[in-house]
Design a binder for this molecule. Structure first.
Ligand code: ADP
Length: 459
């Protein structure tokens, strides 16, 4: 059998609960009303009959003697006196009452009369001696309200199926409107899952309940998914584009080498191949490292260490600049921070490589380190060619190069992207100030304590 949908199950459940609730409440009300009516009738019947009991005695001549206070009808109660054999001795029973009713001492009973009415009957045995006595019977017409209750029971039984149907329809509409946002969520997820429309959002109007939160969570997840799909597409196209150039140069140079007529031509072709292969290798290495960082396979190993020492050593260990550039440092001693030593070294190395590559011949590189209000400020400044004002943000994008010829075709366009990635992983960021033909200053700022859950999503 096909499984019922959650909507149908909920509808059935609500309808069943409604029915149980209504039936329960009706049954409770009817029982209570019945018992109130019966109790009132009984107490009236009993008190009247008992009051009459004391007014009956056996006279010396054997006849019954009724005092003045004895009343055959009082407050709607008939009192009748029967002999021990059941013969009516005194009193006038209602005409509609059936004959030959048996006696039950002290038991309240409802009796159906012939004229569609009913009576409560209460008998008492009144003994005069061991063997002598009479039956005193009290009769009272069942009050109107009791009849109304019985009618109510009948009507309720008739109405119950109708109520069930109405409850079911109401419950279905309620469940359907409650589930509408879920349907929207499912439709959006399906559209995205089938890759039809990544820009699709649920877009529920703001609501503060769980479904609203669910929709917002899904929307932000879809947002991230779209961004990551776009980034992946961009990455694949950029990477293949960047690799295509050196590969075609290598292939062309292989042809040149094969047909070289002089050893010099051969040497020239081989050295071009060597350069391009090194460029490809650097590109692939950087790409791999960046992807691992993004995917989290390369985890940042945060530890508390002396950053001043690291920066000092790295600057000292820089190879002699072929362009005559000198490095000057202004490092605040004993700056301790929580960072990944390898990644921080990579960040500084990338900035130093750029400062060397785009710096002025025989110029300077200034490296500064400061700790200010729990923030670390690491600066690398050069007096080189600078960056055009309208390119300041683009330079941090993957594969972006202001002009590849400026780096002598040595750059990959990945260095600054990685610098930003590492800064973000440390809970900070990198900024740049630059003036064309005058120099650039890159400043990395991050907190010196541990920062949790830094992801690369915002890049
Ligand atoms: P690349 O491998 O090309 O150096 P980067 O991501 O490190 O890639 O830098 C991106 C671009 O930013 C470079 O192509 C360069 O034009 C510019 N740039 C980076 N650093 C500097 C600098 N210190 N001075 C001038 N331009 C720079």
């Amino acid at each position: 059998m096909k499984r019922l949908s959650v909507k149908k199950k909920l509808t059935l459940l609500i309808t069943a609960l409604l029915l149980v609730l209504v039936t329960g409440i009706l049954a409770f009300l009817i029982t209570i009303s019945n018992s109130v009516v019966t109790t009132n009738a009984y107490s009236q019947l009993e008190s009247t009959v008992r009051a009459n009991l004391t007014e009956i005695s056996r006279a010396d001549d054997g006849n019954l003697s009724l005092s003045e206070d004895f009343a055959f009808t009082r407050s709607g109660v008939y009192t009748l006196i029967y002999s021990d054999t059941g013969a009516l001795l005194a009193g006038q029973p209602p005409l509609a009452l059936p004959d030959g009713l048996s006696f039950e001492n002290g038991v309240l009973r409802p009796i159906d009369a012939s004229n569609d009415s009913s009576y409560y009957v209460l008998d008492f045995w009144l003994p005069f001696s061991w063997e002598d006595g009479v039956w005193i019977r009290g009769l009272m017409e069942v009050p109107e309200s009791a009849g109304v209750i019985n009618e109510l029971i009948g009507i309720s039984l008739l109405l119950l199926p109708l109520m069930a149907a109405a409850g079911g329809v109401g419950a279905y509409h309620l469940v359907r409107s409650a589930f509408r946002p879920i349907d929207q969520i499912v439709a959006a997820a399906e559209a995205i899952g089938e890759g039809r429309d990544l820009s699709r959002r649920i877009g529920l109007p703001p609501r503060g309940d769980e479904i609203g939160r669910l929709a917002t969570t899904f929307d932000s997840m879809f947002e991230r998914l779209e961004r990551s799909f776009e980034a992946e597409k961009q990455f694949t196209s950029d990477a293949s584009h960047e690799l295509r150039t050196p590969i075609s140069v290598i292939l062309a140079q292989c042809g040149e080498a094969r047909h070289a007529e002089t050893p010099e031509q051969y040497q020239e072709a081989i050295s071009v191949i060597d350069r391009q292969a090194k460029k490809m290798s650097a590109l692939v290495n950087q790409l791999l490292q960046m992807t691992r960082l993004e995917q989290g396979t390369l985890k940042a190993m945060m530890e508390e260490a002396d950053l001043s020492q690291l920066v000092e050593i790295l600057c000292q260990e820089q190879p002699q600049s072929p362009r005559g550039i000198t490095i000057q440092t202004d490092i605040q001693p004993e700056v301790h921070a929580v960072f990944d030593v390898t990644l921080m070294s990579r960040l500084l190395q990338n900035l130093l490589d750029n400062a060397e590559r785009y710096g002025r011949e025989n110029g300077h590189i200034w490296v500064t380190l400061r700790s200010l209000h729990d923030q670390i400020l690491l600066g690398v400044r050069d007096d080189g060619i600078g960056i055009p004002a309208d390119r300041m943000e683009q330079i941090f994008q993957r594969f972006y190069q202001v002009d590849p010829s400026r780096s002598g075709n040595k750059g990959t366009g990945l260095g600054l992207t990685m610098v930003r990635q590492i800064a973000v992983l440390h809970g900070g960021d990198v900024t740049v100030e630059s003036t064309e033909n005058s120099g650039s200053c890159f400043t990395v700022c991050f907190p010196c304590g541990i920062t949790e859950n830094n992801t690369l999503e915002k890049i």
